[in-house]
Design a protein around this ligand. Structure first.
Ligand SMILES: [Zn+2]
Length: 361
């Protein structure tokens, strides 16, 4: 493909922008003779899904086939998601990096859990928590700068959500990951696992429905980020319905769900950085980033903040540039303002990945 040229309105600052693209990157200088793709429209960097499991088989929770995994990645790409933080995958997706037609994946290696304390077939199960620091190092080296812990899960002996790890081992384990240059995040639904994780210096919390005024304050003090996955939280009542053998657990999930909007809203109000993640993979279908952005507006993010949480702000957080000279040309063009409605955001008119137009409407 020859050089390309785009003209439109950039976000978040609503300035008129013009980009020239050659050899997959944004040029610092106009390129004479470049083919003009658009003369108008809203131009933004590729969207980010900050919690998106490429490689988990839908419904059963095991590893996905190569064909299925490609279909997942293509679905995300066509929805405008060009950068994915995978938040844990049971299969090695490193080869995706060699596919110029698929989104970029920031990997977290495999989930780390304890036996019977997460979805079967997904995590590395540690018999003894003393193994945690060494496993964090292993998964840090298998990933792209993130490690994913299961912070809490149902403990069948008590019939309620409970932490997997003691505070002491978390301090040691998170330190070990940080020494590898990796950031750490954890799946946390309930209240009790949060203080230990945040005090140990964890970088991000996934879901966070159990946040309280105290743990929100702790996250602010530590600069911890939050990826609530609101469209996944919306399924808590269904999870509770299917867990009738564990009535305390089911009631706990329903309670967390009933307060979730206020909880995540309070986190936002306190200034915790919030990013958009769908948790697509096991039980959420791929391609729903626009729905998550809409849910973020419902908990109090302004339209431009909500889009930033799935775009420029998330890219900065993950260490990927936006649209600047020398950066990869991963961009979207929308005829309709993508801040206004999820319908507009869900349907980018032009998707450009590594300087190639991979979708036009
Ligand atoms: Zn997840």
């Amino acid at each position: 493909m020859g050089a390309l040229h785009f003209r439109g309105t950039g976000l978040p600052d609503e300035r008129q922008v013009e980009y020239w693209v050659d050899q997959g990157v944004i040029s610092a200088e106009p390129i004479p003779g470049a083919e003009t793709v658009c003369e108008s429209g809203w131009i933004v960097p590729g969207l980010v899904d900050a919690h998106c499991h490429v490689g988990i088989k839908f419904g059963c929770g095991g590893g996905e086939s190569v064909g299925g995994l490609i279909a997942q990645a293509e679905t995300e790409r066509d929805a405008g998601v060009l950068l994915i933080r995978d938040a844990g995958s049971p299969v090695d997706t490193r080869w995706v990096d060699d596919r110029p037609d698929l989104p970029r994946i920031v990997r977290a290696g495999r989930h780390i859990a304890a036996p019977k304390r997460y979805i079967r077939g997904l995590p590395v199960d540690l018999e003894d928590e003393a193994q945690l620091p060494a496993e964090m190092v292993r998964q840090a080296r298998a990933g792209d700068g993130w490690v994913k812990l299961v912070g809490d899960w149902i403990d069948r002996s008590t019939g309620d959500l409970a932490p997997l790890w003691s505070d002491g081992i978390l301090v040691e384990a998170i330190k070990a990951a940080h020494r590898e240059g990796a950031r750490v995040t954890a799946h946390v639904f309930a209240e009790d696992a949060l203080p230990g994780l945040i005090n140990a210096g964890i970088d991000c919390i996934e879901h966070g429905t159990g946040l309280t005024d105290e743990t929100i304050e702790l996250m602010v003090a530590h600069g911890t980020a939050l990826v609530p996955t609101l469209i996944n939280i919306a399924t808590f009542p269904q999870i509770a319905d299917s867990a009738s053998r564990f009535p305390i657990y089911a009631a706990h999930l329903r309670d967390l769900h009933s307060r979730a909007k206020d909880t995540i809203g309070a986190a936002r109000e306190a200034g915790i950085p919030i990013y958009a993640g769908t948790d697509a993979g096991g039980s959420i279908v791929h391609g729903r980033i626009a729905d998550e952005v809409e849910e973020l507006k419902a908990v109090g993010l302004s339209p431009v903040e909500a889009l930033g949480a799935a775009c420029w702000d998330a890219r900065t957080w993950l260490g990927h540039p936006g649209l600047e000279a020398g950066a990869a040309a991963d961009l979207l063009v929308f005829r309709n303002d993508p801040r206004v409605s999820s319908d507009a955001l869900a349907a980018p008119d032009v998707v450009v990945l590594r300087g190639n137009v991979v979708k036009t409407r």
